[in-house]
Ligand binder design. Structure first.
Ligand code: PMP
Length: 363
């Protein structure tokens, strides 16, 4: 049933005024053959610092080899892949392509990743919050309330984060599919899976065939250890990907970053990535278990990501003790609904041991 394509095209969700928008026609758009390239006002000579002479040319906007490697990694078709400057750019493109400024809205579930609301605000789009609910240390997403809010308040996009930042909680793919079915033809369900590699759980990409109003965000910044290369991927229905491509900046991917990413997806690097992921998972579970009994710790939330969210009696004191030892963690007290909480990313085993020994020492 998952493969039966009965759902409506997501093109219906694209802004009316952008449906036949051509975007900027870059010098790399025409697939022309030639020896001498005089169509982009580039320099005919390289810069002295340019090691192989390639930097003088504008880069390929969507290198096919990288698209294919990412499609293989994420188990989808190259035509379902848009590569951008981190998933941050994917979020921004989706908001701009689907939401009319001043009119439409997005739905978020706080506490969550801040960029959904930032992109919406910058674009003049309303943000509807359907907060996660916490009970006995578990974070629950209210899918009924999301569907109601999206339907009654003209939301074009629902942003789900799984595993959630900062909660670490995983959303069931079956619930996401049911939400997508309820919102078909009304809203795009975007599943931000920046941390899914650490979750050992199925990706929502498998839903896209049957639910064309699902899009998934993936990134090389976390598990693949390439945050500086800024390579994020939107995976969605091919027709929607084509619209996003036309909305994207002319040359979004510096060639050096695209080349590094391709190398990083090779066999040896991929094997090492798997080892790092396994280490992070084991370290996370061990750190969470130990922190749960540390003095001043109220709650350690079960995490499926590469960080743990910890609620303290006094987060300021824990933050200060870590900082005094040179360890910088994320203060979450300003996030809605979190109270005295810190988010601690997993480091190397030595770094995690240092965190533990600081927090286990009586203040
Ligand atoms: N989504 C989530 C949930 C994140 O936590 C982050 C990074 N903090 C991003 C997206 C952005 O990642 P990228 O480096 O791919 O832009």
């Amino acid at each position: 049933a998952l493969d039966a394509d009965t759902s409506a095209s997501p093109l219906a969700l694209v802004r009316d005024d952008l449906r036949d928008f051509g975007g900027y026609r870059s010098a790399r758009s025409d697939k022309l053959q030639g020896e001498v390239w005089l169509n982009a006002n580039e320099s005919p000579w390289p810069n002295l610092a340019d090691r192989d002479g390639s930097l003088r040319r504008y880069p390929d906007p969507q290198p096919q080899a990288l698209r294919e490697a990412l499609a293989a990694l994420y188990d989808c078709a190259p035509a379902q892949v848009l590569v951008g400057r981190g998933s941050d750019e994917g979020i921004d493109l989706l908001v701009r392509a689907l939401c009319r400024p001043g009119g439409d809205a997005i739905v978020v579930n706080t506490p969550t990743f801040g960029m959904y609301a930032v992109s919406a605000r910058l674009h003049g789009t309303r943000v509807i919050d359907v907060p996660l609910r916490e009970a006995d240390g578990e974070w629950r997403c209210d899918f009924d309330a999301i569907a109601d809010a999206a339907r009654t308040q003209a939301a074009r996009i629902v942003f789900l984060c799984s595993p959630g930042n900062p909660t670490g909680a995983l959303l069931p793919v079956g619930e996401i599919a049911a939400l997508a079915a309820r919102l078909e033809g009304r809203a795009l369900v975007v599943v931000d899976e920046a941390y899914v590699e650490f979750a050992d759980a199925p990706s929502a990409t498998r839903l896209i065939g049957a639910h064309r109003n699902v899009a998934v965000l993936r990134t090389l910044s976390k598990a693949h250890a390439l945050a500086s290369a800024r390579i994020g991927t939107v995976i969605a229905d091919a027709a929607l990907i084509e619209v996003l491509r036309r909305c994207q900046a002319p040359y979004p991917l510096p060639s050096a970053c695209a080349d590094e990413a391709l190398r990083a997806l090779g066999r040896d690097a991929a094997l090492q990535t798997r080892t790092r992921i396994a280490t992070v998972r084991a370290e996370r579970d061990a750190l969470a278990a130990r922190l749960a009994t540390a003095p001043g710790v109220r709650r350690v939330y079960a995490s499926r990501a590469n960080f743990v969210l910890v609620r303290f009696d006094d987060a300021q004191s824990a933050f200060d003790r870590l900082l005094a030892a040179g360890v910088v963690v994320r203060d979450m007290r300003a996030a809605p609904g979190l109270g005295d909480a810190l988010r601690i990313s997993l480091g190397t085993p030595e770094q995690n041991a240092a965190v533990l020994s600081i927090l286990e020492a009586r203040a």
